[in-house]
Design a protein around this ligand. Structure first.
Ligand code: MLC
Length: 504
C-alpha cells in the first residue's frame, strides 16, 4: 500500500480541523490533502520514470512536508538533503542518486541549478519557507484531486544519505513498508492519544523530524504546532499547548535555560539522535516532572528500541535506550559473532520490518553491512541488561554526533588536508555543553610552511562544507600521536582535549 494512503487514513473525519499551526498560518487536513495532490499532479506532469528520485535541498516549511507527501503519492522517491550542504556536498548526492528533479531554496538557485543541469537533472524548482517559489507557482495550476500511485510494501519510498568511515555518503533505501511498519509500531508503543498535539521543531530532512515526528502526528490525525527552526524561547512559549515533543539533546539543554517551562499539558517528551546526558534527564525531571523517553534508531533501520511509554510497559531508565521495540530483533555479539553475556558490551545487530533494503547502488557495501545470517550491524557498541534494556556504550565507527547531526571525521579531514599550510589533520569529537559533542581538529603544519592560523582554517572549511561539520576549534600541533602501526591515536587526542569546552 502507498504510505500516503495509510497516513491519509489517520486524518480526522473533520478535514477542516487544523492539522498544522505554524504560528503565522493554519493549515487544515484538507489543505494537506489538496496541497499534496496539486504537487503530486505537477510531479506527474514531468514525465519522470517510475522510481525517479526527487531531491529536496530546501529550508523547512509546511509546503516542504506537503512535497514529501506528494512524492509518495506520485510513486516517486523522496531524497531529503540538509539545506546547509554546500556545492561540493550537493554534487555527490546528485551524481550518486541521479535525481530527476531538484527542489532547492531560491537563494541557492544560481549555483544549485547549474550543478544539477550539469549532472543531467531535468528539472529544478525553488521552494522557500515563506510559501513562495517556482514549485508552488507550478502546482497552483494543477487540480487538487489525485489518486495515489499503487505501491507495494517493498517499493522504494525514500533514500536517506548517511556517511560511512570513508566519508562518502551512502543512500539508505527505505520502502513504503519500512516506513509504515515503524510508524504503526510507534503509534502503539508511544500510546498516541486522540487529543495529542505534537510540537514539531526538528528539521524534516532526517529520520527524526520527517518520519518519527511527522508520521506520528499524521497517522494519529494530531495537530502539529510547527516551527521552521528551533528557537528555545519560541518553543518554550508554545509548550503549554502541546502534549508531545520530540527533540535532540541539544534542544533539551537549551530549553532548560528558559525561565518558564510549562509542561502541565505534556504527556510525552522523546529524545533521540544523540546520547542524552543523565544530568540533562535529571534536570528535566526536576524542572518539569517528566521523565524523558530516550529511544534509539538510525537512517538504515528507523526506530529500534525505546524506553517504555505506558507505566505498565515498565520504567523509563535514564542512560538507556530501552528494550527492543515490538517486532525488532536485537542482539549483542562479540567480534567473532558469538553472543555476548548479559551486560557484556558488543556489537549491536538488528533485524525487523523497519530495516532498510540496502545502500543505493552499492551491493558490496550492503553485503558488508549485514551478517551472513541476515542481521544488520549498526556500528554501535552496546550492552543488554538482564531487564532487556539496551545501553549504548560506544561506536565501532569513527563518528562524531554534534547537536544530533552525524559528522564523519574522514570527510572533514579531507577538507582540512587540502587547505594551505596543513600537513595532516585528525578530527575528533569533544564533550560540549550545548552540542553534546563538538567537532575539533588537530592539524600539523605542512613541511616547510608556517603554522596555519586556526581561525582562517575554520573559515575556510565553512566555505566548503555544512556549518555543523566545521570544527568549532582547530589546534595546531607539531605532530599527531601515532601507535606502533602508524595509526593516529584519536583516543589519546580525545583525552588530551576533553576539557576544551568545559564550563569555566
Ligand atoms: C548548527 N550548527 C551546529 C549544529 N547546528 N554546529 C554543530 N552541531 C550542530 N548540530 C552551527 C551553525 O552552522 C552555526 O554556525 C552555529 O552552529 C550556530 O547555530 P545555532 O543557531 O546555534 O544552531 P541552530 O540553528 O539553533 O541549530 C541547533 C540545532 C540543530 C540543535 C537546533 O543542530 C538541529 O536542528 N539539530 C537536530 C538534528 C536532527 O534532527 N537530527 C536527527 C538525525 S536522525 P556558524 O558558523 O554559522 O555560526 C537520526 C536518527 C535518529 O539521527 O535516531 O533520530
Amino acid at each position: 500500500m502507498n504510505l500516503y494512503t495509510a497516513l491519509r487514513a489517520g486524518f480526522p473525519a473533520d478535514l477542516d480541523a487544523t492539522a498544522i499551526d505554524s504560528g503565522g498560518e493554519r493549515y487544515s487536513w484538507r489543505d494537506l490533502e489538496r496541497g499534496s495532490a496539486m504537487l503530486a499532479n505537477w510531479l506527474g506532469r514531468l514525465d519522470l520514470a517510475p522510481g525517479s528520485r526527487v531531491a529536496v535541498h530546501a529550508d523547512k516549511s509546511v509546503e516542504g512536508l506537503m512535497l514529501y507527501l506528494a512524492v509518495l503519492r506520485a510513486g516517486l522517491v523522496y531524497l531529503p538533503l540538509n539545506p546547509a550542504y554546500q556545492a561540493g556536498e550537493l554534487a555527490h548526492f546528485i551524481t550518486d542518486a541521479a535525481p530527476g528533479v531538484l527542489v532547492c531554496a531560491g537563494r541557492n538557485f544560481g549555483w544549485a541549478s547549474k550543478l544539477a543541469f550539469q549532472h543531467g537533472v531535468r528539472w529544478v524548482f525553488t521552494l522557500n519557507d515563506d510559501r513562495s517559489g517556482t514549485l508552488l507557482d507550478r502546482a497552483l495550476q494543477m487540480g487538487d484531486v489525485q489518486q495515489p500511485a499503487a505501491r507495494e510494501a517493498g517499493d522504494l519510498a525514500a533514500i536517506l544519505y548517511t556517511s560511512g568511515t570513508t566519508g562518502l555518503a551512502k543512500g539508505a533505501m527505505l520502502s513504503h513498508g519500512n516506513l509504515l511498519s515503524n510508524a504503526e509500531t510507534l503509534k502503539d508503543f508511544w500510546d498516541w492519544q486522540p487529543d495529542d498535539v505534537l510540537l514539531h521543531a526538528l528539521p524534516i530532512f532526517h529520520v527524526h523530524g520527517l518520519f518519527v515526528a511527522s508520521h506520528g502526528a499524521l497517522l494519529n490525525g494530531s495537530l502539529m504546532l510547527w516551527f521552521n527552526r528551533f528557537d528555545a524561547p519560541a518553543v518554550a512559549a508554545r509548550l503549554p499547548e502541546a502534549t508531545v515533543f520530540m527533540g535532540v539533546p541539544t534542544m533539551y539543554v537549551r530549553l532548560l535555560q528558559e525561565k518558564a517551562l510549562d509542561a502541565r499539558r505534556m504527556r510525552l517528551f522523546v529524545s533521540g539522535s544523540a546520547p542524552l546526558l543523565i544530568e540533562t534527564w535529571r534536570d528535566w525531571q526536576a524542572r518539569t516532572g517528566h521523565a524523558i523517553l530516550e529511544r534509539y534508531g538510525m537512517s538504515e533501520t528507523l526506530m529500534l528500541s525505546s524506553n517504555p511509554c505506558r507505566p505498565e510497559d515498565g520504567e523509563r531508565l535514564a542512560g538507556t535506550v530501552g528494550p527492543a521495540l515490538p517486532g525488532v530483533g536485537l542482539r549483542i555479539v562479540r567480534d567473532d559473532g558469538t553472543p555476548c553475556a548479559v551486560d557484556e558490551p558488543g556489537h549491536v545487530q538488528v533485524r525487523g520490518p523497519s530495516v532498510f533494503g540496502g545502500y543505493w547502488q552499492l551491493p558490496q557495501k550492503t553485503a558488508e553491512a549485514f551478517t551472513a545470517d541476515g542481521w544488520f550491524d549498526t556500528g554501535d557498541v552496546g550492552r543488554l541488561g538482564a531487564n532487556g534494556y539496551l545501553t549504548l556504550v560506544g561506536r565501532s565507527k569513527d563518528l562524531v554526533i554534534s547537536g544530533g547531526f552525524n559528522v564523519y571525521p574522514a570527510e572533514v579531514e579531507a577538507v582540512l588536508n587540502e587547505l594551505p599550510g596543513v600537513g595532516e589533520s585528525a578530527v575528533i569529537g569533544v564533550p560540549h555543553p550545548d552540542f553534546g559533542e563538538a567537532v575539533v581538529a588537530v592539524v600539523t603544519p605542512r613541511a616547510g610552511a608556517a603554522a596555519p592560523d586556526p581561525e582562517a582554517l575554520i573559515e575556510a572549511t565553512k566555505a566548503r562544507i555544512a556549518g555543523f561539520k566545521c570544527p568549532k576549534r582547530v589546534i595546531v600541533a607539531p605532530e599527531l600521536p601515532r601507535n606502533a602501526m602508524g595509526k593516529v591515536q584519536k583516543q589519546l587526542l580525545r583525552e588530551r582535549h576533553a576539557a576544551l569546552f568545559a564550563p569555566g
